[in-house]
Design a protein around this ligand. Structure first.
Ligand code: ADP
Ligand code: MG
Length: 278
């Protein structure tokens, strides 16, 4: 496995004394890795992302960034923000400038890039997110899916090593979800470590190469999707439902490797029917 770019060692966080929202979580994100943080509402996904982004100071444990203990000084946090981007669940909380291009150029400008170069970086990020045509549009006119992409472009413009995304697909339609996940796949294939919080077990099963299941702030299970998500008792304990594909595959007697896509499942089901039809 690649050296992790971001690592949490036994981190805990409480919003109020004794009320632990994240408990003793250890976690690694490596270059090009695709991690899904799964958990029911209130499990601690958003809090964990805030801790990993450096926006909140851990109460216990430590965060390691590129092999060094992350520091919470102003200069340290500036470096942290440049390496680790956090996409908030609601893009309204992230988009601040009047037009799309101004918003996406904001991050580079803040890090001291000159205006012309920052505009170039913004245009490049918009291009990469497939929304170059939105550059001059007022942010407030955009659809939710467009706003999420603009907010993502704002992070991508800073070329972070790690992208943390809080329920990036929530509220999007099926086509919007598919194209967003494809964008994330591309960023991962270019070496960005991607950590996505979601309660969508079905998409996580198909998309992630590692899943972490959170329950009441603790890490209940983590590992390869097919292995972790075939533990139906554990999922029930975490108030999550098994991925439909996995449940159906196991019901027809599938063995390793279990199908990760609808197409793989369809082929498996056809082969099973053929075998069992005299
Ligand atoms: N700003 C806050 N103040 C106090 N408690 C909070 C705050 N945000 C979250 N919590 C609590 O922390 C726990 C984890 O919440 P959160 O990280 O938002 O979970 P998730 O993102 O998995 O839904 C919950 O019990 C929630 O009530
Ligand atoms: Mg949340």
């Amino acid at each position: 496995m690649n050296l992790p770019v971001l690592e949490a060692r036994g981190i805990s966080y409480a919003y109020a004394p004794g009320l632990w929202a994240v408990r003793d979580i250890s976690f690694r994100a490596a270059a090009g890795g695709k991690v899904a943080l799964l958990g029911a509402n209130g499990a601690g996904k958003s809090t964990l992302l805030l801790l990993l982004s450096g926006a909140e100071h851990v109460c216990l444990g430590e965060v390691i960034l590129n092999g060094e203990r992350a520091d919470y000084s102003r200069a340290g946090q500036r470096r942290w923000r440049r390496s680790v981007g956090l996409l908030l669940q609601d893009p309204e909380d992230q988009l601040l400038a009047p037009t799309v291009e101004q918003d996406v150029a904001f991050g580079p400008l803040q890090s001291g890039v000159a205006e012309e170069a920052a505009r170039g970086m913004a245009r490049e990020a918009l291009e990469a997110m497939g929304i170059a045509q939105l550059a001059a549009r007022p942010v407030h006119e955009l659809s939710l899916g467009e706003k999420k992409r603009v907010a993502l472009a704002g992070l991508v413009a800073q070329r972070p090593a790690v992208l943390l995304l809080d329920e990036p697909t929530s509220g999007l339609d099926a086509a919007g979800i598919r194209s967003l996940l494809q964008l994330l796949d591309r960023l991962a294939s270019e070496g960005t470590a991607i950590v996505q919080a979601t309660h969508d077990v079905d998409r996580a099963y198909e998309w992630a190469d590692e899943v972490c299941v959170l329950f009441r702030g603790g890490l209940l299970a983590h590992g390869q999707p097919a292995q972790v998500l075939s533990d139906f008792d554990m999922l029930e304990h975490a108030s999550l439902e098994p991925p439909v594909l996995l449940e159906a595959a196991l019901a027809i007697g599938a063995r390793q490797p279990l199908p990760r896509s609808r197409e793989a499942f369809r082929q498996l089901a056809m082969a099973t029917v053929r075998r069992e039809t005299p």
